[in-house]
Design a protein around this ligand. Structure first.
Ligand code: 8X3
Length: 256
């Protein structure tokens, strides 16, 4: 089988970096994109040293011109088989009544328009591959609401809507759309970013939870879904830790 190429956005840390590692191990040539060039360069070097094919391309998915330039830079003779739309994130836990519209806008930009930009730009290459896969890393926040979810819940509902609509629109084309919706995942940055660097508040999210999911758990799920035979479309996978039965129903060990 000739080398297959996977593009991963937000590959500088967390689920994106773990997914890039897993896809590289599965034999994909991985194109790592994220804003932080030093991080994706380091990951590309690590993967290359381990005998995999990996390249870093600094990219802000909210910048449409930059996304188009990235797509144009790809070798037209080397199709893209997989796009993992992972870049995203949350800002704040304010109620709707007091949420900052600037935060809502920023979350919409990255979680919704970011997915739109990269998917639109790479769709021709994914289709040309004859067997393309678009992965949308949404969230359980895209499937239900919770107090304080605010703009993140709204934005992830948008990402979910892109996945479901695109799947309908591409029916008959050689591109499948897979949505993976993680619940509580403890990564180095997600909650820290949400709480703007407040380590105490970030840690409290996971307080007493024996085993939140790890980035590797989610990457494992993504890699499994992507490596099913081309005719098998895993529409939607909801992945949570055992201790989380719903976003608002989390088992915490006493004393936490
Ligand atoms: C992360 C899940 O519960 O923080 O996407 O919204 S949650």
């Amino acid at each position: 089988m000739s080398t297959r190429t996977a593009v991963v956005t937000g590959a500088s840390s967390g689920i994106g970096a773990a997914t890039a590692r897993r896809l590289a191990e599965a034999g994909y040539r991985v194109l790592l994109t994220a804003r932080r060039e030093d991080r994706i360069e380091a990951l590309a070097a690590e993967l290359t040293a381990a005998g995999h094919e990996a390249l870093a391309y600094p990219l802000d998915v909210t910048d449409r011109e930059a996304v188009d330039a990235f797509a144009a830079s790809l070798d037209p003779h080397s199709p893209v088989h997989v796009l993992v739309n992972n870049a995203g994130g949350a800002l704040g836990t304010d109620p709707v009544a007091t949420g900052d519209p600037a935060d809502w806008r920023a979350m919409y930009e990255v979680n919704v328009l970011g997915v739109l930009h990269v998917t639109q730009a790479l769709l021709p290459a994914l289709t040309a591959s004859g067997d393309g896969t678009v992965v949308v890393l949404s969230s359980t926040a895209g499937l239900g609401t919770y107090e304080g979810g605010g703009g993140y819940v709204a934005a992830k509902h948008g990402a979910h809507a892109i996945a479901t609509t695109l799947r309908l629109e591409l029916c008959g084309d050689p591109v499948r759309v897979i949505e993976v919706a993680p619940g509580m995942v403890r990564t180095e940055e997600f909650s820290l970013t949400r709480f703007r660097g407040d380590e105490e508040k970030a840690a409290a999210v996971y307080a007493g939870v024996a085993e939140p999911l790890t980035a590797e758990d989610v990457a494992d799920t993504v890699a499994w879904a992507v490596t099913r035979p081309p005719h098998v479309n895993i529409d939607l996978l909801v992945v949570r830790p055992r201790a989380q039965a719903a976003n608002h129903k989390v088992h915490r060990e006493p004393g936490a």
